[in-house]
Ligand binder design. Sequence first.
Ligand code: HEC
Length: 179
Amino acid sequence: MSRMKFNLFLMLMLVALSACNKKDANTGAADPVSPVAGSGKMLDFVTTQDSKPLVIDAALFDTPAAKEFMTTGKNTYVGNPEAIAKGKKIFQLYSCTQCHGPEAKGQVGPGLTGPDFRYPKDATNKGMFETVWHGTNGGMGAKGIGLMDPTDPKNGITPDELLKVISWIRSMSKITGNE
Ligand code: HEC
């Protein structure tokens, strides 16, 4: 690391630390996530196809809910009526409806409300996120690919949108995925 970069790094760490102290002083609660430059460390996402590392640009996690999910795997939209209503719309917008049916009970593709899943990891919000983000071996492409222009990385569902979709799916399930 160059000297300038290192100084910048130190400065960022100091800013991050002071921000944490402030938070602690206000809430009295310690931050549960080990902070890295203020944003928290990203979970190890893996593909549903073969459990290989799944790299997702951290900058795409651009809302408080998406940031929380990125570091803890918790979907804070579950149980939030506004997010659930949005999620239902997004499910239609990205054509999920065409294969999974308007109520996600199954059509060409399987029902998504569980409790049994083709991929047992889909009982967790991290698992379901990975399945939709990167697709499956058995008939579902990665988000965007086949649905939208796959050559444009900005195209397709965003992490925040996907979390809202999952909150809608969970609103019809017996599980929250945050268990
Ligand atoms: C072209 C049809 C098609 C579209 C569009 C599609 N899916 Fe799927 N989906 C499938 C099929 C087929 C499977 C089963 C794949 C398998 O068995 O590997 C599946 C599997 C899944 C699973 C895993 C279910 C389980 O039981 O583990 C989830 C979650 C899912 N889809 C969510 C979505 C979401 C959210 C969207 C919209 C962004 C979407 N799908 C769009 C066809 C589709």
